[in-house]
Design a protein around this ligand. Structure first.
Ligand SMILES: *Cc1c(COP(=O)(O)O)cnc(C)c1O
Length: 395
């Protein structure tokens, strides 16, 4: 069946009541018919639910639906996107292993892989998002994992998933891709050779800014043998309630991503023509350095996150102008989250990237005039007017 159909139909079997909307199973444990059945289920010899830290029917429904959308055999739900990356690293790495990671991934990912796992003897090399030669040059005999995120936040740099998969596989390593920004509605990394897909369900999968959730998708062998066993002991389990929200969110994922991408392209095109703006970062624009690659990987769409640099004679002036624009909005929510139906606006240099030194920020291309907008479902004319209010009154 087509993915649009799977997005609304894949789930565990209905209960005896025949509910049309999937049931929410808020229970911590499951009654076993007899002691021998319990023995078989706890030993993993028989399918069946036992305890919700291990599995829960609502969580299983969410996992099956997301796997269907990503085109993978299996999926495991986690408490958050960061819990998914924690599970990935716990399941795949041990002391003495080496990881290659893009230097442009989500800030907490850099802290978790480079910092926390560094404490346990895992060594990480951070390389350029876009220069495949740097990834190849970083390979060591003990390299086990390559980790990428595309497009990146907030500058929308795109990496070539197929090229990184080739580097990983030639080295006997696995490629994991954080697919949070495009979601499977636009990009299915397994098609380009990725082995494992990371999700923050908090973003577009829920899509309405309600719950924390995460997931890892991949082959049955990797998910069940390497990750699920760790999750059962470590307990970064997805709650049934949050799984249910994400399960229902995925039913509208494709139409939301298409509508929000269309608005983002219209907004990016309009921003590019504004005299007070120095540069717009959006992979859907022809001016984007990896436009052709992005269109190939992302079903011809740019996604819903647009960033732009407001002009300023000095970094201080650019920051003042950016704050003026942000503070002049009345529709956009001033918040660092994204993936919501409500458009959000943020100043990365002082929020998501606020803990970096000015030098590190310069290297990452996060200027003081940079603003990120995650476009929601409001009317495009209202969003333009909301940004025009600040742009038209810049000193
Ligand atoms: C938000 C985010 C995460 C972390 O997800 P949480 O659900 O907040 O833990 C990871 N990667 C990317 C790209 C994100 O945007």
């Amino acid at each position: 069946m087509h993915r649009d159909t799977l997005a609304v139909r894949v789930a565990v079997d209905k209960s005896q009541y025949g509910e049309n909307s999937e049931a929410l199973y808020l229970t911590s444990s499951f009654i076993q018919s007899d002691a021998e059945t319990a023995v078989r289920r706890f030993a993993g010899e028989e399918e069946g639910f036992t305890y919700s830290r291990f599995t829960n029917p609502t969580v299983t429904s969410m996992e099956q639906r997301l796997a269907a959308l990503e085109g993978t055999e299996a999926c495991v739900g986690t408490a958050s996107g960061m819990a998914a990356i924690l599970l990935l690293c716990m399941g795949l790495l041990k002391a003495g292993d080496h990881v290659i990671c893009s230097q442009s991934v989500f800030g907490s990912t850099i802290k978790l892989i480079g910092g926390e796992f560094g404490k346990f003897g895992v060594q990480t090399t951070f390389v350029s998002q876009t220069d495949v030669a740097q990834w190849r040059a970083a390979v060591q005999p003990n390299t086990r994992l390559l980790f990428a995120e595309t497009p990146t936040n907030p500058l929308t740099d795109v990496c070539d998933i197929q090229a990184l998969a080739d580097v990983a596989h030639a080295a006997g390593a696995l490629l994991a891709v954080d697919n949070c920004f495009c979601s499977p509605a636009l990009q299915q990394p397994v098609k380009f050779g990725a082995d494992l897909i990371i999700h923050s369900g908090t973003k577009y999968l829920d899509g309405q800014g309600r719950v924390m959730a995460g997931a890892v998708c991949g082959s049955k062998q990797l998910i069940e043998e390497k990750l699920v066993l760790v999750l059962r002991s470590a307990g970064m389990t997805l709650s049934a309630f949050n799984a249910w929200i994400v399960l229902k969110g995925m039913e509208t994922l494709s139409i939301r991503m298409q509508a929000q991408s269309a608005s983002a392209l219209a907004l990016a095109t309009w921003l590019e023509a504004q005299p007070a703006i120095a540069r717009v970062h959006y992979s859907g624009l022809k001016s984007h350095p990896q436009h052709a690659l992005a269109m190939r990987q992302q079903s011809g769409l740019g996604g819903a996150v647009v960033s732009f640099d407001v002009k300023g004679a000095s970094p201080e002036a650019a920051r003042q102008n950016a704050f003026h624009l942000i503070d002049s909005t009345r529709v956009c929510s001033i918040t660092a989250n994204l993936g919501d139906t409500k458009t959000t606006i943020t100043h990365p240099a002082s929020t998501s990237h606020g803990r970096l030194t000015e030098e590190q920020r310069q290297a990452a291309g996060i200027g003081q005039g940079l603003i990120r907008v995650a476009v929601g479902l409001e009317h495009i004319d209202d969003l333009k007017a909301d940004l025009a209010r600040g742009l038209d009154t810049l000193s």
